[in-house]
Design a protein around this ligand. Structure first.
Ligand SMILES: Cc1ncc(COP(=O)(O)O)c(C=O)c1O
Length: 380
């Protein structure tokens, strides 16, 4: 059946995206990985693969139902218990994705008449979660603790207030001032929710994230910890007090009204946590390699934030420029991707360069000099 009116509208929008340099194409991995979130190379770790494969043979592929129905498995509850211990919280709940976890958390705890203070660079899943809650979103300038403090202090008394932030920002690679947020949240009776998507598995003595690293665990209400990035598997753990986790089980619609993830994922996650706990050298190596790339890029003339993280944005401004630089890097064998609006603010299209521990020093040196060469022509 044809739908000419709809087709015309869609084709027009795609033409506009094309003209603005915003038409997206999906592209399989090709070349040296400088763009994935597999920071610790756990997605291909032999122990984790073996545990997951063995679980497939025992438990099969699909869970066959929601966790509240026949999709529940003891292995999900066991890994939730283990993650809570790792994170130092009373409990945790596993969602099929970080996107679903943020939607679930925000739409469950935030009510219509509440106020949500949200960093202007927060991930789309946080923005969508706040939208679902129908509460008022008050955007504050990126990582600006002083501004947040003044906004919170001006807020009408009696309203329930939330502050939501990523701990390590996915597109900027910089860290939220968690200790400052904790202080102002305590002063203003505000609930702090932290998305640790890019920090869990990496930061802190035990590798549980930036909340551990900044000593703020006692004062953070909930954290969202994706398991498809450094943990190398999939999904996300929401960690916090038992009463809050119990409430998510009652109310979080992405948890309730969705088929539970494949049960072998729980076995892979157990194995991933074992590796994170028993191989701290992986996160130490990541920190060294990130620092090295930071130094190489700085000497090549690119501005790199201090402290450096495993996410290093090279901001090129125009969409076409970022796409062209990414294409040239790909031709040279480096899998770097261009990030454009609305993923990043307009006028800040960039290469999102990420470090993983499979990158040796020679490769990083070669990458920095290739990038310099490409940018000296593309970025003129
Ligand atoms: C900060 C942040 N939160 C949440 C998510 C969503 O996680 P997932 O990919 O598991 O849906 C992402 C993914 O890119 C992210 O960067």
């Amino acid at each position: 059946m044809n739908h000419p009116q709809l087709e015309r509208r869609v084709r027009q929008t795609i033409r506009e995206l094309d003209l603005a340099g915003l038409h997206r194409r999906i592209q399989s991995p090709h070349g040296i990985d400088l763009s994935s979130n597999d920071y610790l190379n756990l997605s291909t770790h032999p122990f984790i693969k073996q545990k997951m494969a063995a679980a497939v043979m025992i438990e099969g592929c699909g869970s066959t139902g929601s966790r509240l129905l026949r999709g529940q498995r003891d292995s999900f509850s066991a890994v939730e218990r283990r993650f809570a211990d790792f994170k130092g919280t009373e409990a945790s709940l596993y969602f099929g994705s970080g996107y679903a976890a943020n939607l679930g958390v925000l739409a469950t705890f935030v009510e219509r008449h509440d106020l949500v203070f949200s960093d202007e660079h927060n991930h789309a899943s946080i923005i969508d979660g706040i939208r679902l809650s129908r509460a008022k979103r008050i955007k504050f300038p990126h990582c600006d603790a002083g501004r947040v403090a003044s906004l919170l202090k001006q807020a009408p008394a009696g309203l329930q207030k939330f502050l939501v932030t990523e701990s390590l920002f996915s597109m900027d690679g910089d860290f939220a001032p968690l200790a400052d947020y904790v202080e102002v949240c305590a002063e203003t009776d505000t609930v702090l929710i932290v998305d640790e998507a890019h920090a869990v598995g990496i930061y802190g003595e035990r590798g549980s994230g930036c909340v551990e690293n900044s000593g703020t665990a006692e004062n953070v209400f909930l954290t969202v910890n994706t398991a498809g990035k450094a943990l190398g598997v999939a999904g996300a753990f929401v960690a916090g007090p038992q009463w809050a986790i119990d409430f998510l089980i009652q109310r979080a619609r992405p948890f309730i009204f969705s088929t539970a993830p494949p049960p072998p994922v729980a076995a892979a996650l157990e194995a991933s946590l074992t590796v994170i706990e028993s191989e701290p050298e992986r996160r130490h190596m990541l920190s060294e390699r990130s620092a090295l790339l930071g130094r190489l890029l700085t000497s090549a003339g690119f501005p790199v934030r201090n402290p450096v993280s495993q996410i290093i944005p090279i901001i090129l401004g125009q969409n076409d420029r970022a796409c062209e630089a990414a294409a040239e890097l790909q031709q040279a064998g480096f899998d770097v991707r261009a990030l454009r609006p609305p993923t990043v603010p307009s006028g800040t299209a960039r290469l999102r360069v990420t470090v993983n521990i499979g990158l040796d020093e020679a490769t990083l040196r070669r990458f920095a000099s290739t990038l310099k060469e490409i940018c000296s022509t593309v970025c003129l």
